[in-house]
Design a protein around this ligand. Structure first.
Ligand SMILES: [Fe+2]
Ligand SMILES: [Fe+2]
Length: 150
């Protein structure tokens, strides 16, 4: 039963990334040679794994949707402001884009808006899904950054 559930959310990831709106994230580089689309897929998967391994009882659907949309800002951040303020500014940009294109729950909005906390001091994760995605984003970003320095 547990296994079936897991593959069900994996299927949700695969279905969602076929959406042409979401697919636009494959045009932008996140870290090194990792596209933003690859990055958000890894974060969605990591969020499901963290949730399950630590028994955190997060809603897997919110983890997948929030995880896939957390960096939905759709521009090349390396050229935007020289990337200097990207860490501070992109959660709001991602939320604005995601709200335009998708019907989001309050928890999904919080996942996106707070994922850079504590950098964005005033936007604190206020549900367990937001904490899980925020942690998973940091783990995946660390891995993507260190892997290319090997
Ligand atoms: Fe981000
Ligand atoms: Fe991210």
């Amino acid at each position: 039963m547990k296994e079936m559930k897991k593959s069900g959310y994996e299927t949700l990831i695969e279905t969602m990334v076929e959406d042409p709106r979401l697919k636009r994230m494959d045009q932008f580089i996140q870290h090194g040679n990792v596209t933003t689309l690859d990055h958000v897929k890894s974060v969605a998967r990591m969020s499901l794994a963290v949730n399950e391994r630590l028994g955190l009882n997060g809603d897997p659907r919110v983890l997948v949707r929030g995880g896939l949309l957390h960096d939905y800002y759709l521009y090349d951040w390396h050229h935007y402001d020289g990337g200097r303020f990207h860490g501070f500014t992109h959660p709001a940009a991602a939320l604005k884009q995601a709200e335009q294109d998708f019907d989001l729950s309050d928890r999904e909005k919080n996942v996106i808006r707070s994922h850079m906390w504590p950098l964005t001091l005033l936007h604190v994760p206020d549900c367990r899904e937001a904490w899980i995605v925020s942690l998973s984003d940091k783990l995946v970003s660390l891995h993507e950054t260190l892997r290319r320095r090997r």
